[in-house]
Design a protein around this ligand. Structure first.
Ligand SMILES: Nc1ncnc2c1ncn2[C@@H]1O[C@H](COP(=O)(O)OP(=O)(O)O)[C@@H](O)[C@H]1O
Ligand SMILES: [Mg+2]
Length: 382
């Protein structure tokens, strides 16, 4: 059972929405509808979010992300399709039951978290509990715990304007965490923060998530952020989901040129893993190791490799071994069996472009002298 499921969701704003859905199902053009004054904000969105997963919806401004999120928490009624929460059809709940779900099971964190200026940090963090009618004593206890989780212990009695932007956003996060809702919906929650603080918040969310295992739907227009946070990522364009996959899926096999165009700015070294870029060990058999010996068997290869890594090792960890030695790094599976090799040229090719999938990739000249700009940037630690 998935925690949250969208089935054929549509949201159309404007005139005759139902007709527009029928038209869209028949292949009508979104732009043409728009010219007629009808906005198809979300078109036929289907996906499942498993409990404990972080599902990221990534897309440019206007692609329909917020509209999709508002349908997930029942704030907007879909024009067509269903939202299932724990297999209950959210779209079929009575207004009363829907309110119950919204206040107890789902928490929203927005971009500009509206903290109340005349309430303390603690009171702000406990606001969701107040809405739920939780008695003051328990509110204080849970809000205090939530503030501690986000690293704000000691700030309980402060006022929001005494906090930096990043800290204010953490109060917003604490407010969502204090409610005990198992689903968090986060709409561009970090987008207003300065890059370094934003990065810090991303790290913190990843750490918190390891411990709390909430089900999170996180919206962003930044693919780097999507890839740092998402177990799975849905890429939206003009109301439609054009690809759903892991960060690696999207980087290695983008569904189309549109998705590929986003991946150019991604720090590949942190997303790609050894398993995704390794070559067949056969390729290295018969070549010469640094010390002049010929690598004839897999044992030779394992013995000569400057490092042995697992398939899920991020390739950022391969730079040091690859820079120390001209011999390929060995990749082994969970049982220690050799499953692949990564030569330095292969590593650089993987950083340079999207062409890392299998045998067709042509590595640049060995030695790294011609490393593409993106690779140099990463290697020098920028
Ligand atoms: N209440 C509304 N009425 C009419 N159009 C809307 C409404 N909300 C959103 N839209 C339109 O739907 C499209 C998607 O908007 P939105 O979901 O906010 O995108 P995103 O969050 O990806 O920026 C946009 O064209 C927007 O103008
Ligand atoms: Mg939005």
């Amino acid at each position: 059972m998935s925690k949250l499921r969208a089935e054929g969701l549509y949201k159309v704003f404007g005139r005759r929405p139902d007709e527009a859905v029928a038209d869209l199902e028949g292949g009508a053009d979104r732009e043409k509808l728009r010219a007629e004054g009808t906005t198809a904000a979300v078109i036929d969105a289907s996906f499942a979010v498993e409990a404990g997963q972080t599902f990221v919806v990534m897309g440019l401004s206007g692609s329909g992300k917020s509209t999709l999120l508002r349908m997930l928490n029942g704030l907007l009624e879909p024009t067509a399709g269903r939202v299932l929460f724990d297999d209950d059809d959210l779209t079929a709940l009575s207004p009363r039951d829907l309110r119950q779900v919204r206040s107890h099971k789902i928490s929203m964190v927005f971009q500009h978290f509206a903290l109340f200026p005349h309430r303390t940090v603690l009171e702000n963090a406990g606001y969701g509990l107040e809405v739920q009618g939780i008695p003051a004593e328990e509110r204080v206890k849970r809000a205090t715990e939530a503030l501690e989780m986000v690293g704000l212990a000691g700030w309980e009695k402060s006022w929001p304007d005494e906090l930096s932007g990043g800290m204010q956003q953490r109060v917003g996060l604490a407010r969502a965490l204090a409610t005990d809702a198992d689903v968090l919906l986060m709409d561009e929650s970090f987008s207003a923060l300065d890059p370094l603080i934003r990065r810090d918040m991303q790290d913190q969310l990843v750490q918190l998530q390891k411990r709390l295992k909430k089900t999170i739907v996180f919206i962003t227009h930044d693919l780097n952020e999507a890839m740092r946070l998402g177990d799975r990522i849905a890429v939206m364009r003009d109301g439609q989901i054009v690809q759903i996959g892991t960060a690696e899926d999207i980087l290695v096999t983008p569904a189309n040129d549109y998705v590929a165009s986003f991946t150019q700015d991604v720090d590949r070294s942190r997303v790609l893993t050894a398993g995704a870029i390794m070559s067949d060990p056969e390729e290295v058999l018969g070549t010469t190791a640094d010390d002049g010996t010929t690598l004839r068997t897999e044992q030779d290869l394992l013995a000569a490799a400057p490092a042995t890594v697992g398939t899920d090792t991020p390739i950022v960890e391969l730079f040091t071994p690859c820079s120390r030695s001209g011999t390929a790094v060995a990749v082994t599976d969970g049982d220690g069996v050799l499953v692949g090799v990564i030569a330095r040229s292969r590593l650089l090719a993987a950083l340079g472009d999207g062409d890392t999938g299998g045998d067709g990739a042509t590595p640049p000249s060995p030695g790294g002298g011609d490393a593409p700009e993106s690779a140099k940037k990463v290697i020098t630690g920028a």
